[in-house]
Design a protein around this ligand. Structure first.
Ligand code: KIV
Ligand code: ZN
Length: 517
């Protein structure tokens, strides 16, 4: 973007792969993490927090793989204030062209008393020791004061001063529990930056959770108070109510540059694509009215709005759909469209698939075009996301027949492959969907708890594809699955299988439990 010399740069630190992925049910596979990292790197994110290396071998390998793949961004790995965590994070990010260790410790009285059982002096000693350890491994060290917004100012200042003296180059003051209000947040940053000795040697960072719906407002207030790094996630994914949404922070700074004299280096035309990639990888649908990237974010339904839009788009539009990467075209591929046209369409929608994935997607597109007259962009997006989201699934649907009788029985005959081997079962339920889910449980030998089941139309019309979402819980893990199909029952079965495959992926939870946000 063009840079106005009167504006100051704000660095974007994306934590979709760490704080975002920590959200229950948002677990991503390695391939999905790499795809997300690639899109973040391409759009100009400055720092990508790729994971929490000590949490499990899978997390460690993911941070290493992201570090090796990323071309432009700094790659950060998270570490508690524990020697083994810091070594492990250092080991993972040393593969990056630019690596960062991000270490944190709680500073609020409530965390000190109940979680850490430490005194203030002990915490100061821990900060000095662990930041020094990290600096001995790498030049770029970020230190975070967990629950900073509930920490008394004088103690917070001591902590920040200690971290900077020990060599921290970025100081992050998170609103871990989403408790702050903008005025307070502004004042906290301003006072710390203006009064802590050595504050000019570090970049200050804002990291807000959305428990009270103020994460973006608080982030922008932090910037006004002097922070020059914003920590955020695509689609606002994250623990509980989520983190500040990257797309909202970026577009707010871009659209209201008159009120906020700051800029980022993000290519905003890639926001819509990144949102789709993260939604598919995490299996978290984007709420329809979500700012910037929701399906309805640029839709004008009411007559008076439509009339104004036709006369001059600026009457009701403060930014253009194109500025966030939404293409005007919505139509139309059909059964006569060939490989080349399909490839062009995928490119236009922001997808580049490998040969195998392309073949699979093309075959599914052909099948869909045989059954459905018009194939819209939204259909293709659903189909490809579905394909990408089920790569690596161990249990796959082969065939299904459901017989349902009003007031009578509901039976599902199901055949799946498990690790390539065919298995069949026939089961009843209180309704068609219950019969399908019972059959899947029986054939897989798993008995997860169903947390959520929802079905939605990808486009309008009775021939629209159904998009099914399933969230399952098993052995303390939660995972989500999505699938789109013209047949609602098949979509439901595939979404259930997708979630089941994910909830069965082993994941070390040892260190994960220690994170609050
Ligand atoms: O919310 C938080 O405090 C965090 C830290 C680990 C930075 O995510
Ligand atoms: Zn957090």
């Amino acid at each position: 973007m063009s840079v106005d010399s009167n504006k100051e740069r704000v660095f974007i630190f994306d934590t979709t792969l760490r704080d975002g992925e920590q959200s229950p049910g948002a677990t991503m596979t390695l391939e999905e993490k790499l795809q997300v990292a690639e899109s973040l790197d391409e759009m100009g994110v400055d720092i990508i927090e790729a994971g929490f290396p000590i949490a499990s071998n899978g997390d460690f390998e993911a941070v290493v793989a992201v570090a090796k793949q990323v071309k432009n961004a700094t790659v950060a790995g998270l570490a508690r204030a524990i020697s083994a965590d810091i070594d492990r994070a250092g080991e993972a990010v040393r593969h990056a062209q630019k690596g960062r260790i991000h270490t944190f410790v709680s500073t609020s009285p409530i965390h000190l008393a109940h979680q850490m059982k430490k005194t203030e002096d002990e915490v100061i000693e821990i900060i000095a020791r662990t930041v020094t350890q990290a600096r001995n491994l790498i030049d770029d060290v970020e230190w975070s004061a967990m629950d900073a917004t509930r920490t008394p100012m004088e103690f917070l200042k001591r902590c920040v001063e200690t971290a900077i003296k020990a060599g921290a180059t970025t100081i992050n003051l998170p609103d871990t529990v989403g408790y702050a209000v903008p005025e307070e947040h502004f004042a906290m940053f301003k006072e710390i930056i203006e009064t802590v000795p050595g504050a000019d040697k570090a970049i200050f960072s804002v990291h807000c959770h959305d428990d009270l719906g103020m994460a973006v407002a608080n982030s922008l207030a932090g910037v006004a108070g002097g922070a020059r790094q914003v920590e955020c996630t695509i689609n606002g994914l994250g623990e509980r109510a989520g983190n500040a949404a990257l797309e909202e922070v970026v577009m707010a700074l871009r659209t209201r540059g008159d009120a906020m004299p700051y800029y980022t280096e993000i290519d905003s035309t890639q926001l819509s694509r990144a949102s789709r990639i993260v939604s598919a990888a995490s299996n978290f649908p984007v709420q329809y009215n979500k700012a910037i990237v929701g399906k309805n974010a640029f839709a004008h339904e009411s007559g008076i709005h439509q009339d104004g839009m036709l006369k001059n788009a600026e009457t009701y539009e403060i930014m253009t759909p194109a500025s966030v990467g939404i293409k005007e075209t919505t139509l139309v591929m059909g059964k006569h469209s060939g490989r080349a046209a399909f490839k062009d369409k995928l490119k236009e929608l922001g997808y580049e698939l490998g040969d195998n994935a392309f073949q699979e997607a093309f075959q599914r597109f052909k099948d869909l075009a045989d059954r459905k007259k018009h194939v819209y962009d939204a259909d293709i997006v659903a189909l490809v996301d579905d394909e990408v989201g089920s790569v690596g699934d161990r249990i796959r649907l082969v065939d299904m027949e459901v017989v349902s009788k009003t007031g009578g029985t509901h039976r599902c005959d199901l055949t799946v492959t498990i690790d390539g081997e065919k298995n069949s079962v026939s089961l009843e339920g209180t309704g068609s969907v219950d019969a399908i889910f019972n059959a899947i449980k029986a054939v897989s030998g798993q008995n997860p708890h169903l947390v959520l089941y929802a079905v939605d139309g990808v486009t309008g019309g009775t021939d629209a594809q159904a998009s099914a979402h399933v969230r399952l819980e098993m052995n303390g893990r939660i995972a989500s699955g999505n699938a789109a199909e013209p047949d609602t029952l098949v979509a439901s079965a595939r979404a259930y299988l997708n979630a089941l495959n994910r909830v069965m992926i082993e994941r070390g939870a040892s260190a994960q439990g220690a994170l609050a946000g």
